[in-house]
Design a protein around this ligand. Structure first.
Ligand code: GYE
Length: 327
C-alpha cells in the first residue's frame, strides 16, 4: 500500500504536497483541492460489537496519522441518524464523506445531495444497493459472501468422518445489512453444493453477545438436534457458547461453532476449543480509507473497490496469532 505524507498549508497559502503525491494531470478534476488539511466527515454504524470498536479505532488512528481532520458520528444503528450526519457534513462543506451503511437500501437521495454539493463519498465496510454506482467513488471492505463460503467449507471439512447430515443453525446479523445477506447467501451456496450441511433454522442475534445468546436459546428450544452453529460474527458466537453451556452442552465439542470477524475475543475462544473455526474480516481499514481520501485530491486513480484482508483461523493458528493481535 502506498504511504501518503500529510498535506500541509505553506506560508503563501499554497498547498505544499509532500513527496509521494500525484501530479495535476493524474488528479481527479471533479473535486476541489482542499486549501488546508483534508476534512473527512465519517458516519459510523454504531458500537454494537468488538469488531465495530476496532473499526472505529482504526479510522480515528489513521486520520490522525495522515493529518486528516476527522468529523466522526456514531449512529447507534439508526439509518435516519446516518442520513442526518451525512446531511450535516454536506451543510458544513467537508471535503469528503465516508460511511459504513447500517442497511443496504435508502441512500440514493442523500448521496445525490452530496454529489450536487460536489463532495465525494466513500463506502467503508458495508455496501449499498443502488442503480447509480456513480453516487460513490470507492468502497473499501471484505467480500462477505466469500466469508460465508469459507465458514461452510471449513465446517463441512470438519465432518469428513461423519456419514449423515450435519444439522446447522445460524445466528444472523442485523436484518437488511449487506454482511447479513451476503454471509447467509455464501454459507448456503457452499453448504448446498455437497448437501452434508443442512441449515435447519436461523435467528437474528444482531451482532451482539447478548443477542447471540438469546437467539441460541430460542434455537435450542425449536430445533430437535443441533450439530453445529454458523454465527455471522464472533460476538454472537460468544453468546452461543454461553447458551450452550447453560444447556449443559460443551461448545466446540458437542456442538461445533464457526464464526466470522477474528477479534481477539473470538480467537481466544477458538484457542480454548470453544469455537472451531473463525473467518477473518479485518476491521482495520482506516489506512486504506485515508489512502483513498488523499488520492481523491492528490493522487493517482482511485480504485472503485478496495478489498480488506481475509484469512481463516483454526485452534493452532489462533494461539499463534493472539500474542500480537492488534484487535
Ligand atoms: O462482522 C460485525 C459488526 O459490518 C463486517 O458488523 C461488519 C460486521 C461485523 O458488528 O461484528
Amino acid at each position: 500500500m502506498r504511504r501518503r505524507s500529510f498535506i500541509s498549508l505553506g506560508a503563501a497559502g499554497m498547498c505544499t504536497v509532500l513527496a509521494g503525491c500525484g501530479s495535476d494531470e493524474q488528479r481527479d478534476s471533479r473535486w476541489d483541492v482542499p486549501s488546508g488539511p483534508i476534512v473527512l466527515g465519517f458516519s459510523q454504524v454504531g458500537s454494537e460489537s468488538g469488531w465495530r470498536a476496532a473499526n472505529t479505532a482504526s479510522i480515528k488512528k489513521a486520520a490522525e496519522r495522515n493529518r486528516v481532520t476527522l468529523k466522526f458520528d456514531n449512529a447507534d444503528g439508526d439509518q435516519k441518524k446516518q442520513i442526518a450526519a451525512i446531511q450535516s457534513y454536506i451543510a458544513t462543506k467537508v471535503n469528503v464523506i465516508a460511511f459504513s451503511p447500517v442497511v443496504e437500501t435508502g441512500w440514493d437521495p442523500v448521496l445525490r445531495q452530496a454529489r450536487d454539493a460536489g463532495i465525494p463519498v466513500v463506502l467503508t465496510d458495508r455496501l449499498i444497493e443502488t442503480a447509480d454506482e456513480s453516487l460513490y467513488v470507492s468502497s473499501i471492505g471484505a467480500e462477505f459472501s466469500s466469508e460465508g463460503n469459507l465458514a461452510a467449507l471449513y465446517l463441512e471439512n470438519d465432518y469428513d468422518e461423519f456419514s449423515g447430515h450435519v444439522n446447522v443453525v445460524e445466528l444472523r446479523g442485523t436484518p437488511g445489512s449487506s454482511p447479513t445477506r451476503l454471509r447467509t447467501e455464501g454459507f448456503r451456496e457452499t453448504a448446498y453444493r455437497h448437501g452434508k450441511l443442512r441449515v435447519m433454522d436461523s435467528e437474528p442475534g444482531n451482532w451482539t453477545v447478548a443477542g447471540g445468546e438469546a437467539a441460541m436459546k430460542k434455537l435450542l428450544r425449536r430445533v430437535k438436534r443441533i450439530d453445529a452453529v454458523f454465527a455471522q460474527n464472533d460476538d454472537m458466537g460468544l453468546g452461543a457458547i454461553k447458551a450452550l453451556q447453560a444447556a449443559g452442552k460443551k461448545p466446540g465439542t458437542d456442538v461445533r461453532i464457526v464464526t466470522v470477524d477474528a477479534t481477539r475475543a473470538g480467537l481466544k475462544a477458538l484457542a480454548d476449543g470453544k469455537l472451531n473455526y473463525v473467518v477473518e474480516c479485518s476491521p482495520e481499514i482506516g489506512e486504506q480509507l485515508m489512502t483513498v481520501v488523499i488520492d481523491l485530491f492528490f493522487g493517482a486513480d482511485v480504485q472503485k473497490r478496495v478489498e480488506s484482508q481475509k484469512a481463516v483461523f483454526d485452534r493452532n493458528s489462533a494461539a499463534d496469532a493472539l500474542p500480537d493481535r492488534t484487535y
